[in-house]
Ligand binder design. Sequence first.
Ligand code: CUK
Ligand code: CUA
Ligand code: CA
Length: 649
Amino acid sequence: MTQDDIKTLDTPPDLGRRKFLNTAALVGLSGAGLSVGLSACNKKESAPAAGAPSAQGEVKGEVGEFGKYEVPPGQLDDYYSFSSGGHSGEVRIYGIPSGRELKRIPVFNMDPLVGWGITNESKAILGTKPNGTPKYTTGDTHHVHQSYTDGVYDGKYMFVNDKIHGRLARIRMDTMECDKITELPNVQGFHGTFTDKRDPVDSKINYTTRVFCGGEFAIPLPNDGRDVNDPTKYKSLFTCVDSNTMEPRWQVLIDGNCDLVASSYDGKLAATNQYNTEMGVHYEDMMAAEMDACLFFNVARIEEAVKAGKVTTIAGSKVPVVDGTRASNKDPKTALTCTVPIPKNPHGVNISPDGKYYACSGKLSPTASVIEHDLVLKWFDGELANPRDAVVAEPEIGLGPLHTGFDNKGNAYTTLFLDSQIVKWNVAEAIKAYKGDKNAKAVVDRIDVHYQPGHGFTSMGETKDSDGKYFISDNKFSKDRFLPVGPLHAETAQLIDISGDKMKLVADHSVYSEPHDSIIVRRDIIKTRQIYNMDEFPLAVKDPKESGVFRNGKKVTVKLTSQAPTYSLREFKLKKGDEVTIILTNHDKVEDLTHGFGIPKYDIQFIVNPQETKSVTFIADKPGVYWCYCTNFCHALHLEMRTRMIVEA
Ligand code: CUK
Ligand code: CUA
Ligand code: CA
């Protein structure tokens, strides 16, 4: 860059672009003979889409009909949305209603920015192979749910599943970082998960102690090469993980499969929809039956059975397993599970915020089945002969119903994958209609979404504090809704205002593939920290004077600190073949003052947040000079923030 080039930068680049837009837009419009259209549009004074540049090159967002959903510069959103990232293996955080992406939390993936899968600390959470590399580098997150205290989020933890390798991760909400990962034994395709909303056994405990996990793919147990050709031996497991220790507490052996999971508000039941009651191992077989099921777990009875030692174990795991198969659970008075028949291949089970009803949709049936919580409990008490009688409504709502969210007025909002719609239906009306009331009308409203929605969820809708303000539709296809970016399209999270009688589509948010499920959480519930406490890190280099190279034979520890814009060591020397551990503590205490550490050719990169310590271990196998540099822009002299690693031959 020459001095002349620098001078041209004095002109604000924005001005140039605006001028261009202005002229181009006018030429384009008059040339196409559209001046009539232009004046008509001007008269209406409402922009067709929020934020679209008008012919004058002005952004009209704040005056259009969508203005009230905009979050002006410098203002904060009302809600967080925590979203799974599907086969990206991560979790994302958005502001709602703006749709601003605030953070990506690496969980089951590798992330060079924060050093996830690179630092020793993250590898300890991820688990490693004997050679020290992460055990798995792929992940598939589907469902995120937070910890509860008595039916409402308590802001402590978030849990997310990994479908591909059967793992459950816990994320601390104060730092919004993953702190534990548990691999479920003997589970393949761990799909649905839900935190307990209340402890069912000890009424003094109101907070979440259990996380329920549904195994989707039935496999031979143990899956070690035996019984591979005998599908009758294939089974699935439903697992309960202790949210404090993150150890599996117990597992339930079941027929068929688990898919989505729901938990009750009184802590007594957990539920999973089953689309493969046929136990089919081929595609066609899984659709053979007209009815599949929603399976309910009696949590207290399962825990009593575990306590009484009525358990088995499966080779390779010490986790107690109870028998929840249909053949062993015919007597309601002792049953651990209850099978409620639901039409064809259901997907999704969600409980209403009043704790009374589960909605379970048959994706090959145009219906949503409403199951009454108390009637399932009655079956377990021997007071309801037929579990199918726990179904109190089954409205026809549209094609390909999947997931349901609830507002605070007794309405349910179900995604219709095939119809590309959200249907709003009233639970009480649906129950009346099921009882034969000809005047009852379940379906209240419908709205098109673009296109093929998967999950849909309401603001605070998975809590007693459901507030009926927003619904987000996470759509699987976006087609023409955004600027084209090649064959892999952005996906749409469409924001819908549900506060009125009619649903109103108010924003298209683009999202990177492929969020499945999200939750919308009121911002006052979340309390984050701005800096770490240095004492939390056993390896912390607490005083820059402790910096240096410490040798123990071939094992070398390099301790250093960062404080903008320098590292405490200007250089450090190693010998070829050393096993090196670098420990870096960031001494900056200023909010947002993060440093990075990158070592060229050694494939090492990570950040340290204020007062944080991280470490990496590697073999110094390449002699030469390597400039370790700060990767995170931190200071006017950020580029000068380097230290020289010298590896002697
Ligand atoms: S599943 Cu993705 S749309 Cu994994 Cu929750 Cu239904
Ligand atoms: Cu420190 Cu950039
Ligand atoms: Ca089926």
